[in-house]
Design a protein around this ligand. Structure first.
Ligand SMILES: Cc1ncc(COP(=O)(O)O)c(C=O)c1O
Length: 294
């Protein structure tokens, strides 16, 4: 184990400990096959953001893998609240003085190695928590550099699966070039980025790929549509061609960790004028408002 891993609070199958000490079986199907799902829930000032939407997506992912949800909503909520309190204690702060990311994972459980799903094994429930980095206003207006790649992932990208090696390889395409995200295309059409959804702004309108099996429906899919509605910005989900991305006025990335973040350079060339654009500014202001009223 790397020495720089901090003793962040975690939970494993009913017990609270920390990520340095918690241990799972080598036969856990999450370890052997990546056979499990996860969620990442941001918590602003001690309050989970869009918790119900995260739980609904967890249900959908578990159903796709035919794993019964090991806990009900109230159980998950209690666990998330306990972890938020544990992190605040760890950081020597009050929960309301913190912004956190709560990671939840369910794997199929422990069994002898066999691809076939074993009946009646107890899922492994793991959860951990860390601080949520909030980008500074300067970082936000500068935006981030992205690089493009072919989407070589599988055709069940709508499942928030822990089998993430394709996403790791995709992300590394941009990391190797000093970039922050990899924007991917399947057969010339925009899908998403390695760990975020991607939006194109053209002539004042926000465009995003349809919700299908080729993208993960980020919690910010619905949120961005709401924010566009409130800001009077036209919003459309439809297939977006590679040329439209390359010719965009603005490109936006969304995820729990990035919130809404402008991509201001793509493959080394400026997007629009190379700074955060006006639609980004409007939508980000709406996002801040949504956080405050959550
Ligand atoms: C592949 C992929 N797409 C999209 C997203 C954005 O989802 P969310 O907004 O729920 O964080 C993520 C987040 O991790 C992701 O991994």
């Amino acid at each position: 184990m790397s020495n720089d891993i901090p003793a962040l609070p975690c939970y494993l199958n009913g017990e609270f400990s920390n990520v340095r000490d918690a241990k799972v079986s080598v036969l856990d199907r999450g370890f052997i096959f990546g056979d499990g799902v996860y969620e990442v829930v941001p918590a602003y000032e001690g309050r989970p953001f869009r918790f119900e939407e995260h739980m609904a997506r967890l249900d959908r992912s578990l159903a796709e893998l035919r794993i019964a949800n090991p806990m009900d909503r109230a159980g998950w909520r209690e666990l998330v609240d306990q972890l938020i309190a544990a992190y605040a204690k760890y950081a020597g702060k009050k929960p309301e003085e913190t912004n956190q990311l709560v990671y939840l994972q369910v794997s199929r459980g422990v069994a002898m190695r066999d691809h076939v799903m074993p009946p009646d094994i107890a899922p492994t429930v793991f959860a951990m928590v860390n601080r949520l980095y909030i980008y500074t206003p300067e970082e936000r207006s500068r935006g981030v550099d992205c690089y493009t790649a072919d989407d070589f992932r599988w055709k069940k990208a709508h499942i928030k699966s822990i089998s993430l090696v394709a996403a790791v390889l995709a992300r590394q395409v941009s990391a190797d070039q000093g970039g922050n995200e990899t924007i991917m295309f399947r057969d010339g059409w925009l899908s998403e980025a390695a760990a975020s959804n991607v939006w194109v702004v053209k002539d004042g309108m926000v465009l995003g790929p349809p919700k299908d099996n080729l993208v993960l429906e980020g919690i910010r899919y619905g949120l961005l549509e709401e924010l566009c509605g409130r800001a009077g910005v036209p919003f459309e989900l439809r297939r977006v061609a590679r040329e439209e991305v390359l010719g965009a006025d603005e490109i936006l990335l969304t995820s729990a960790t990035k919130e809404i973040l402008p991509c201001t350079r793509l493959d080394g060339r400026p997007v629009g004028n190379g700074r955060a654009g006006p639609i980004y500014e409007k939508l980000f202001a709406g996002y801040q408002q949504a956080k405050r009223s959550s």
